[in-house]
Design a binder for this molecule. Sequence first.
Ligand code: ADP
Length: 351
Amino acid sequence: IKNGSIRPGGNNKSAVSKRKGFRPPFPKKEEEEKEEPPEKKPKTEGEEMVDMLMEDKRTNGCERHMIELILSELLDTDLNVTFNDIAGLETAKRTVTELIINPILRPDIFKGQRAPAKGLLLFGPPGTGKTLIAKAIASQGSAKFFSISASSLTSKWIGEGEKMVRTLFAVAKCLSPSIIFIDEIDSLLTKRNENENEASRRMKTEFFIQLDGAKSDTSQPLLVGATNRPQELDEAARRRLQKHIYIPLPEKKARVDLVRHLLKNERSDINEDEMDTIGDLSEGYSGADMRALVQEACITPTRDIDLMTVSEEDIRPVTLEDFKTALNVVKPTVTQEELDDYIQWNNRHAK
Ligand code: ADP
């Protein structure tokens, strides 16, 4: 103890109580009674965003809980998709760059007669990259990406659907530039039928109102709808989704690129000629089918060995033979008949 202020065996009380700021370990009775109010927790980033949105006049009439739901359930912040991650689809990439991404990046140039479309329809067989293209538009245009499937709009939000659509557009405007992506849009904007109930009719009407919203408003979000069943869309829906882009099955080169991309971090022993053979043998496979094929081929070397004793680096590389085996298991999911329908619809309605 420095400078001997506390004497061993002596009465040290005065020395202790003189120490600055000393507080006895147990509060005195009267201190206990006037407990300090609990400290206010600082607001999270999300809460601050909701506050900011509530203050914006564009959300007038919107409910806080709905804004919170939209931010937590529909706003997708995991946007690490670029065009380089998407195999093939060169025409679609070029078209969306010109029609959508450039205008998002340079709103000062793309106005007036050059103003971009506010509705885009991506149609074609399932698993061909429609969702990837929509995400890449958002990430390359640094736009917010709200994503919802129409079936969840019509089931989960039923009853509140109309309000939900209005709030979604209001939030998207506040956070502009924004993209609202609706998967399976055919089930939302379907041709009227007798089974259509009042709630979904009202939701559809609200969608049209929002889509027709002030065209000159630069904060108007871009609506991207994806569908495998474009035939289900009626004329009113087709008209509002001004641009229609066909997303076809991948061509041979795209299929090979996709296999290469997916095998990037795997051990494989496949030369250029063999890659070419995989490209030929996978004719008619979608991008999603190709992914399933690669996964199946990569599993094959783990069969017929004692997995409990083998070390990971002793598992043999994937070969063309594994792909041939996998091709017997993983079959293409799209039929020629379905493809013919898309091509026919494309010829009739694409613009
Ligand atoms: P959909 O056309 O049904 O929206 P997705 O974009 O969701 O299809 O694709 C499903 C999955 O299939 C993707 O996550 C990706 O793994 C794979 N895939 C499909 N098409 C492509 C493609 N052109 N390039 C790369 N991966 C693709």
